[in-house]
Write a protein that binds this ligand. Structure first.
Ligand SMILES: Nc1nc2c(c(=O)[nH]1)N(C=O)[C@@H](CNc1ccc(C(=O)N[C@@H](CCC(=O)O)C(=O)O)cc1)CN2
Ligand SMILES: Nc1ncnc2c1ncn2[C@@H]1O[C@H](COP(=O)(O)OP(=O)(O)OP(=O)(O)O)[C@@H](O)[C@H]1O
Length: 184
């Protein structure tokens, strides 16, 4: 039997290879395109991320943001992410799973999230590293108030159909080096 977990693992491995190849070619104007897309939301609390492995790097858009910016912190397996306030050049330490997090700072509650991913599709579904962290987090945030999830990725990370399950939260838009697509 092939389980959904196995199907997701296979799709993840294929997408990792495509992402690594795209990363080696460079991200072009992707961070500037992202900053332009976020500009109308300049006063809202934003979540970015510290790029790891071969992820596309949103630092330019995080630096350009006028309002509060946070980055994700893992508190534990099965728990939603929290977001610690970040500023350009702030001291960083290694958090869970080797992601860098600010050494200190207040918790913020983002209304807009730049969401890292391994693969995405034309419906706005995404595949991450498999922790379910963003799905749990978006479910919680969206239950409280309107929350925008903006996927950020290389165009080469698109799959015809990402395998999905009921807990998967959809993206509102995807930004790549080729431009922006909004999902209905
Ligand atoms: N830049 C960035 N920061 C982020 C995320 C992200 O996707 N990107 N996260 C988004 O959630 C969280 C980190 N999540 C992660 C979850 C798993 C693994 C990881 O290495 N997983 C192993 C398998 C581990 C296991 O089986 O227990 C792997 O993929 O090999 C890394 C990060 C928070 N910070
Ligand atoms: N809101 C939720 N409540 C309970 N379980 C959840 C929730 N969201 C996801 N999960 C579970 O977490 C596991 C991993 O989910 P999934 O494969 O979608 O992670 P991912 O989207 O690749 O990772 P991430 O969101 O961390 O980048 C799955 O078993 C999924 O059922």
């Amino acid at each position: 039997m092939t389980t959904l977990t196995e199907i997701k693992a296979r799709a993840r491995a294929d997408a990792f290879a495509a992402r690594a190849a795209a990363h080696a070619r460079g991200q072009g104007q992707a961070a500037e395109i992202l900053a332009d897309y976020l500009a109308p939301h300049r006063d809202r609390p934003l979540s970015g991320y510290m790029a790891m492995r071969t992820e596309i790097d949103p630092l330019g858009a995080m630096t350009a943001h006028q309002g509060p910016v946070g980055v994700p912190v893992i508190l534990g397996k099965g728990q939603p992410l929290r977001f610690r306030e970040w500023a350009p050049g702030c001291a960083l330490v290694e958090g869970a799973f080797k992601a860098l997090i600010p050494a200190e700072g207040a918790w913020i509650e983002p209304e807009i999230l730049i969401v890292p991913l391994v693969a995405f599709d034309a419906r706005g579904y995404r595949l991450g590293y498999g922790g379910g962290f963003y799905d749990r987090t978006l479910e919680g945030l969206r239950a409280r108030r309107p929350t925008l999830a903006i996927g950020f990725a290389f165009a080469a990370q698109e799959l015809p159909e990402v395998p999905i399950e009921p807990t998967d939260q959809r993206l509102d838009a995807i930004v790549t080096e080729e431009g922006v697509r909004e999902f209905a």
